[in-house]
Design a protein around this ligand. Structure first.
Ligand code: NDP
Length: 312
């Protein structure tokens, strides 16, 4: 088996940026693209990636980054990584088909937004159901939206939407928010446009086949069912870092995100992490591209050091 220089797990914008940089450094990276789409590929228009005056479609941004990396010699494998092992001085990645070994690994497996799992939800993703207010708020100018959740994300999403939407209704399953006091107070101060429905769970997302038109909610205390008209449903019920493969192998924080230093290095020399898998805070395309670049440059440096120390 050939011992590669760089294997990259994840084909989102972080993984593709890492691939571009390591390919341009002649490290011939191999990128494993899982079967679940990355978050940008689920986003319609990206209007905040610098350099695109009129915005860029999420799938186009990711697809172009991949083509750019391929142009410089990156190889893509469309297979889920089934297991990941750390051996003495090398890392092993096993897919359903094959086993690969490498001197460095860049983990860019992202984070997945949590979904409610209710009827209608999967039919309207990208058609009124969104998990990213920063990405999609501007499409809801003068329209009515609901935000589901009671944490900091729900508060932040509501303030982002406040700039565009005509009316925002936060639906929370309890009678108090989990969010920090300062963020709650900000929302309570925006009563002119933001309403709150407490103790309520979404039962169904309703649409006309093209787009969301409303939601069915249930008061969890009284059991009463009601319908609420809305143009958009913003889910803010948390994210899960895709780190199952790496638990017990690299250090994770309490929320299961990979811990990195400022140079994208994990607790294991030779393993780097980039993008949302190591970022519970920003979760933006541009920050993911940035850490993808950092991880690639550090992987290159790591390999140069191996060569300098005759360990290559
Ligand atoms: P959190 O886990 O903090 O909050 C999730 C919210 O969604 C909770 O209110 C929870 O309800 C609710 N929820 C979870 N599952 C369901 C469900 N199935 N149905 C209905 N409601 C549900 O996630 P966040 O994304 O808000 O925040 C994650 C981390 O990121 C936090 O540490 C937060 O502080 C940080 N963050 C910081 C920001 C900032 O400082 N600017 C902005 C955004 C996030 P319940 O309360 O009942 O558990």
């Amino acid at each position: 088996m050939t011992l590669k220089d760089v294997l990259i797990i994840g084909g989102g914008i972080a993984g593709n940026t890492a691939a571009l940089y390591t390919a341009r450094a002649s490290l011939e990276p191999t990128v494993f693209v899982g079967l679940n789409p990355d978050q940008l590929s689920l986003t319609a228009m990206v209007e905040n990636f610098p350099g695109f005056i009129n915005g860029v479609l999420g799938p186009e941004l990711v697809g172009n980054a991949k083509k750019q990396a391929e142009k410089f010699g990156a190889t893509y494998i469309n297979e889920n990584v089934e297991s990941f092992e750390i051996n003495d001085g090398a890392f092993t990645i096993i897919t359903a088909d094959k086993t690969y070994q490498s001197r460095t690994v860049i983990i860019a497996t992202g984070a997945s937004a949590r979904f409610l799992g209710v009827k209608g939800e999967s039919d309207y993703i990208g058609k009124g159901v969104s998990t990213c207010a920063t990405c999609d708020a501007a499409f809801y100018r003068d329209r009515e939206v609901v935000v589901i959740g009671g944490g900091d994300s729900a508060m932040e999403d509501s303030s982002v939407l406040y700039k565009f939407a005509k009316k925002i209704t936060i639906i929370h399953r309890r009678n108090e928010f989990k969010a920090s006091k300062i963020m709650q107070d900000r929302i309570f101060g925006l009563k002119d446009k933001i309403g709150i429905v407490w103790n309520s769970a979404v039962e169904e997302i309703i649409g006309n086949g093209q787009f969301v038109t409303g939601i069915k909610i249930k008061n969890v205390e009284t059991g009463e069912l009601s319908e609420l008209k809305t143009d958009g449903v913003f889910l803010a019920i948390g994210h899960d870092a895709n780190t199952k493969l790496f638990a017990g192998k690299v250090e994770l924080d309490q929320q299961n995100y990979i811990i990195t230093d400022k140079r994208a290095r994990t607790s294991v020399p030779g393993i780097f992490a980039a993008g949302d898998v190591a970022d519970p805070t920003f979760r933006q395309a541009i920050t993911s591209a940035g850490t993808g670049c950092a991880a690639a440059m550090e992987a290159e440096k790591y390999i140069e050091n191996l060569k300098a120390n005759k360990k290559y």
